[in-house]
Ligand binder design. Sequence first.
Ligand code: SF4
Ligand code: SF4
Length: 200
Amino acid sequence: MELTELNYECIKCGTCCHEIFGSKKRIPIYPKEANKLIEIAKKKGIAFKIIEDLVFPDILNKKILVVTYKIRLDNETQGCPFYDKRNGCTVQEIKPLACKAYPLALKQVDAFNFQISIDPLCNYVIRYYDFLKNADFNNIKKIFRDEYPKALEHLKKNKKIMLKIKKLEYKNKIQISRKIMLDDFNKYLNEWEREEITTN
Ligand code: SF4
Ligand code: SF4
């Protein structure tokens, strides 16, 4: 088989909705997505919690700027609370962009920049890893034809938020600390107020 013959099809193993091989599963969700999931969880009577994910300390206003949250996994199943063993994802219509794009994900390359990458923990990716490890962006677009536009949407949204943060900095409305000691950061996380950074 050739790399160009690959055509991604999810094998519906559910692995990506659970903690994988002991590594903490990270399903990043934007604040508006989090609100929708909280609302639907309430209606369905599902215990649903979110944890802060990508945050920046604004040392000028003493605030923690929240870009994304992540879904807190169920203690018992170590999976997303919206995952059902028989039916898979039960919130298909409003599932977060990160889930729609998977196994494509955003990889952080530095503090403010991300790029599209293939998550190596997906079982389809594991099966065809020897081919996929050589994939360039043209291959990725073709192989993950439905997921690539979602990953691109995810990346654009992310870029927009990063740009918003940089503009606020440029206007001296915030100041993001570039070098911060872990102890200080933990102190700020405990003491400072939160502000969500969103886009339309
Ligand atoms: S929202 Fe759906 S697709 Fe996303 S992790 Fe939860 S169950 Fe899986
Ligand atoms: S791990 Fe990959 S193949 Fe399995 S359900 Fe998730 S996306 Fe589909």
